[in-house]
Write a protein that binds this ligand. Structure first.
Ligand code: ATP
Ligand code: MG
Length: 278
């Protein structure tokens, strides 16, 4: 059995145990404040959220409302001021190693090449060299970086750096993938290709995905649920199911009547939060 097959089996087992209760991520009445110039700024307030194992949830809301903060809380990078976050039934108190995080800020290791960065998690897991090479090569190809394997991060473009960050996370099959505007810096065609690739990976492994985007069309096209956040302190204003059939053709899904109706509904909720009257 290859490491990849073993990983898939382990993940399937984890998924089965998580899906017995169904819920993998529980956010219970979470509030978060940060100190600013001697005062406390309230960023999140009364957030309640259950995410079912295997669900694809998109988060959308005004800039600075607290979306990244919520992702950081689920990843265990920051702790809530009030309330509790649970993952697979356990309170998240430190770094949550079950989640792979494609952060909004690029965190590539500057001294490692493209393939070295993609291989980081496999190095930590001590995956044998031959298998590591094979898996890295497959992901280099998937994200369109063939020929750049030996380049260092400062020698490639911003969009290419985000592709390295995505490959680096997807390669080790985490139970949950958290993505913070992962495709924002990419051109439209590449974005389409990677969105399709992400949906393929998601349906193959039934990974749970939390996905922040500023693009409402992208949120609807990809997700099972779209959460609309208010301005700071952010609350969940609307939690909307997306019942569009799967598999979805990302290049065409926006042309359907159902898509248009969902777009209108979500935009009405969002525009009150982001629209600045001129
Ligand atoms: N570690 C921190 N210390 C102090 N303030 C913070 C910290 N992290 C976030 N904030 C503040 O919390 C607020 C929400 O930030 P956050 O990054 O979560 O917003 P966001 O919704 O992701 O915005 P954007 O869409 O622009 O990425 C901002 O005002 C930010 O300055
Ligand atoms: Mg953010």
């Amino acid at each position: 059995m290859t490491q990849r097959a073993r990983d898939a089996t382990e993940r399937a087992t984890l998924r089965t145990s998580a899906s017995e209760s169904g819920v993998i991520i529980e956010v219970r009445d979470v509030g978060k404040s940060f100190p600013l110039e001697g005062k406390e700024v309230k960023v999140l307030s009364g957030i309640d959220l259950d995410v079912t194992a295997g669900e694809f949830v998109a988060l959308i809301g005004p800039s600075g409302c607290g979306k990244t903060t919520l992702l950081n809380l689920v990843a265990g990078l920051v702790q809530p001021t009030t309330g509790q976050i649970r993952y697979e039934g356990h309170e998240v108190r430190g770094i949550n190693t079950h989640v792979g995080y494609v952060t909004q800020k690029d965190t590539l290791l500057p001294w490692r090449t493209v393939e070295g960065n993609i291989a980081v998690a496999l190095d930590v897991q001590r995956v044998p060299a031959a298998e590591k090479r094979q898996r890295v090569q497959a992901f280099v190809k998937k994200v369109g970086l063939s020929g750049f394997e030996r380049h260092l991060p400062h020698q490639i473009s911003g969009g290419m750096r985000s592709r390295v960050a995505i490959a680096r996370t997807l390669i080790y099959n985490p139970t949950t993938i958290i993505m913070d505007e992962p495709f924002a810096a990419l051109d439209a065609l590449l974005r389409l290709r990677l969105q399709t690739e992400l949906l393929d990976i998601w349906s193959e492994f039934k990974t749970t995905i939390l996905y922040v985007t500023h693009d409402l069309s992208e949120a609807i096209a990809l997700a099972d649920r779209v959460l609309v956040f208010t301005q700071r302190p952010a609350r969940i204003k609307l939690d909307q199911r997306v019942e569009l059939p799967r598999p979805r053709d990302i290049s065409k899904v926006h042309t359907t009547h159902e898509f248009g109706e969902l777009y209108d509904l979500l935009w009405r909720a969002l525009r009150e939060e982001v629209w600045i009257e001129g």
